[in-house]
Structure formats: structure tokens, C-alpha cells
Design a protein around this ligand. Structure first.
Ligand SMILES: [Ca+2]
Ligand SMILES: [Ca+2]
Length: 402
């Protein structure tokens, strides 16, 4: 019996050993479930979640990160197979990292690239898209661009052929100068291009050469000059037929181009004189009136004379291109004052308005026909006077040829 048992025992041990080698124990497996790279913009907060899946775990999974993180960026193992790379950095470039997940002594490696990209370069033309050149007179117009996140110089060029006598010069400081003298009356469509860091911006521009009306004898004795502002009034003298913006009154000084009843400026649009000027804006709630028919639209950023008072006035250089009779429309807002205004050309009063219909609120605007005037061709002086009542806001006079 003893002899029989011995081989049986050996067989049993062998069978057990054999069985153990053919049926392996369950193994832990790990996998990264999230991408192997991310791209984020410099100086921007970001959070990237790394997720690991684990099968047959034994205890907690530990996730770690090897490699140099950019300043401001951290890696945190949050537990439960989740880690987070987050922060905000001023460094740019590719940061190669190695992500490692470990569970039950089993390791899983994933190469990971954190890409920090620069902010995109954005170029915008900020100067007007048209200019008027007085025929046979030298003119100069500054083309201006705004460049955000640029790299190095911005290059400006004119992509279309220029009129004879005109040059386009890149000033190397995000501006260019279009200047010269044009000997013909014409309209020239031009295309400007600005480039920085491989990014292009184009602007369609119209250069208009006009034979300006000759100055009247009165204008030749006048010492005011048109207010020129690249953003609001690049061409200086305003035109009739057309809309004359009252806040673009001439430069020349008190009692020459303007009169204001106090010694302070209010409103913040043109702060160089005591004339009170402002731009329409959302917080004031500037809007069309609701109490008059067919109210016009009111745009944000429209300049106007505000804080007006009886006896205050402004003078404006206007080019009247065509002799004739014009309808005159005043764009204004008020609060039930029924004020009146008057209009003079070259020192001669030609129109006093009827009492203005109420617009019922200081920031409700309305355009109202205040009368008609006969004008001769010529560069001349328009004088706008508040003849009665304080506080009304006045934006423009529109002259329509009958
Ligand atoms: Ca004032
Ligand atoms: Ca005033």
C-alpha cells in the first residue's frame, strides 16, 4: 500500500504544478483613456483631466508625471484614476511629458505633449476707409492699424495702383501716409494691406479727388479752420448737400469758432474748449424718441452738443457743392423745453426754427425739418446758435437739395 501511494502522491503534485502553470493568475491592466497632447493658449487658465482605466486593480492607482512643466502649471493625482494638469503660463512651446500610471506593480506609460501656443496676431485698420482730397491741393492722410500680439514689424502696402501724383509710404510704426496732389476729379478705389507674423489684413479704401468750392469772400476773412480728426472727421470741412455734425465745430478759439456760457467743458468728447460735447452711449440709454412718427435710428458713438444754453453757438466750415434751395433737418433730443435754434451762413442769419417738438426725454432723439435755406456754391461758414432754452442736445443738421 505504501508503495502504491508514493507514485500517486508524485502524480498529484505534478498535476498541481502543471495546473498552476497553465492557468495564470489574473493580471492588472492599465490604460490612458485621454489624449496624448493638448494645445492651450499662453497666459490663459486651463484644466486638462487625465483619466486612466484599470482592470483587476489591487489597491489605489498612482498617476505621476515626469518632465519639466512650464512655470505656473501643476500636475495633481486626484485619486480614483484621475489626474489634472492645470494652471496658466507665460511660456510658449512644446513641453514633452511622460505620464505614468501604476497599480499592483504594473506600470503604464504614455508620452504626452503640452503645447502652449502664442496669442493669435490680430490686425485691424482703425483709420477711415475713405478720404477726400481737394483737387490740385496737396493732401495727406494717415492710414492707421492696430496690431494685437504682433511679432516684429508690421508692413503696410497699397495693393492697387495709385493715382498719378500720389504716394503710399509705410512709416514702419503700424501707420502709413497716403499723400500727394491729384490733378483730376475722380474716385479711386484702393486696397491697403497690413502684414505681421504671417497674418494679413486688407482694407478697401476710397480716395475721392474733388474740386472744392472756392472760398467765399467772407470765408477768406474768417480765422477758424476745419476740425480734422482721423476717427471722426478725417476730411475736415463738411459737405452740403449732406449731414453737418455740429460737434465737429471749427478750431480757432472762443468768440471766433464757438461761444459757451460757462468756463468749463462737460461731456468729454472734445475737451479742448468749453463747448460741451458728448458721444451717445448705452449707459445714457440714447435711443429714438417714442413720441414722434418715423423716428430715425440712433447709433452709439454719435457726437453731439450737450449742456446747451441760450446764446451759445458754434461755427463750422462747410463746402456747399451746389447752388440751390435746401431742406434743413435738425437731429436733436430734449425734455419738453420746446427750444429754438438759428442757422447763419457767412454771418447772415438765414433760418430760425419753430419751437422744436418735444422728444420727451433728453436721450430720445428725433430728426425734424426746421426750414429751408437758399445757398450758393462755395466754402463758407455755418453758424449754429441756441436761441432759446437750455439743456437740449443737438447732433446734426442735414441739408437736402430740393
Ligand atoms: Ca461748457
Ligand atoms: Ca454749454
Amino acid at each position: 500500500m505504501k508503495n502504491l501511494l508514493k507514485p500517486l502522491c508524485i502524480f498529484a503534485v505534478l498535476a498541481f504544478v502543471s495546473c498552476k502553470t497553465t492557468i495564470p493568475e489574473p493580471k492588472t491592466t492599465l490604460n490612458f483613456e485621454t489624449e496624448d497632447n493638448i494645445s492651450v493658449v499662453v497666459n490663459t487658465n486651463f484644466t486638462h483631466v487625465i483619466v486612466v482605466s484599470v482592470e483587476k486593480p489591487d489597491g489605489a492607482t498612482v498617476i505621476s508625471c515626469e518632465g519639466a512643466l512650464p512655470a505656473g502649471v501643476t500636475f495633481i493625482d486626484k485619486g480614483e484614476e484621475v489626474a489634472v494638469i492645470s494652471g496658466r503660463t507665460a511660456e510658449t512651446g512644446d513641453f514633452p511629458l511622460i505620464l505614468k500610471a501604476v497599480n499592483n506593480k504594473v506600470e503604464k506609460i504614455q508620452n504626452f505633449t503640452l503645447k502652449i501656443t502664442p496669442l493669435p496676431t490680430v490686425i485691424t485698420f482703425i483709420s477711415s476707409n475713405s478720404a477726400i482730397a481737394a483737387m490740385d491741393y496737396e493732401f495727406s492722410f494717415t492710414v492707421r492699424t492696430s496690431v494685437q500680439n504682433g511679432v516684429g514689424n508690421t508692413t503696410l502696402s497699397c495693393e492697387s495702383s495709385l493715382p498719378a501724383g500720389v504716394t503710399f509710404v509705410d512709416n514702419g510704426n503700424t501707420t502709413a501716409t497716403l499723400s500727394g496732389t491729384i490733378a483730376e476729379q475722380n474716385t479711386f478705389p484702393l486696397v491697403f494691406k497690413a502684414m505681421n507674423n504671417g497674418v494679413e489684413a486688407m482694407q478697401n479704401f476710397t480716395l475721392i479727388s474733388k474740386e472744392i468750392p472756392p472760398p467765399t469772400a467772407y470765408y477768406q476773412t474768417y480765422s477758424g479752420t476745419p476740425w480734422v480728426n482721423e476717427q471722426h472727421n478725417p476730411n475736415g470741412a463738411q459737405e452740403i448737400p449732406g449731414k453737418v455734425m455740429l460737434a465737429f465745430f471749427d478750431v480757432g478759439g472762443e468768440e471766433i469758432t464757438w461761444h459757451d456760457n460757462d468756463n468749463a467743458h462737460t461731456g468729454g468728447f472734445r475737451t479742448e474748449s468749453n463747448v460741451d460735447t458728448k458721444l451717445t452711449n448705452a449707459s445714457d440709454g440714447d435711443r429714438p424718441t417714442t413720441v414722434q412718427p418715423n423716428p430715425p435710428t440712433v447709433s452709439v458713438g454719435m457726437p453731439y452738443l450737450g449742456w446747451t444754453n441760450t446764446g451759445e453757438w458754434v461755427c463750422l466750415t462747410v463746402d456747399v457743392y451746389q447752388t440751390g434751395t435746401y431742406e434743413v433737418y435738425l437731429f436733436y433730443s430734449e425734455n419738453g423745453n420746446n427750444g429754438t435754434v438759428s442757422v447763419a451762413f457767412d454771418g447772415q442769419s438765414v433760418l430760425t426754427s419753430p419751437p422744436l417738438p418735444t422728444t420727451s426725454y433728453y436721450h430720445q432723439w428725433y430728426e425734424y425739418k426746421i426750414g429751408e435755406v437758399s445757398l450758393n456754391r462755395g466754402r463758407q461758414v455755418l453758424k449754429f446758435t441756441e436761441t432759446n432754452v437750455q439743456g437740449n442736445n443737438y447732433a446734426s443738421l442735414r441739408f437736402v437739395l430740393k
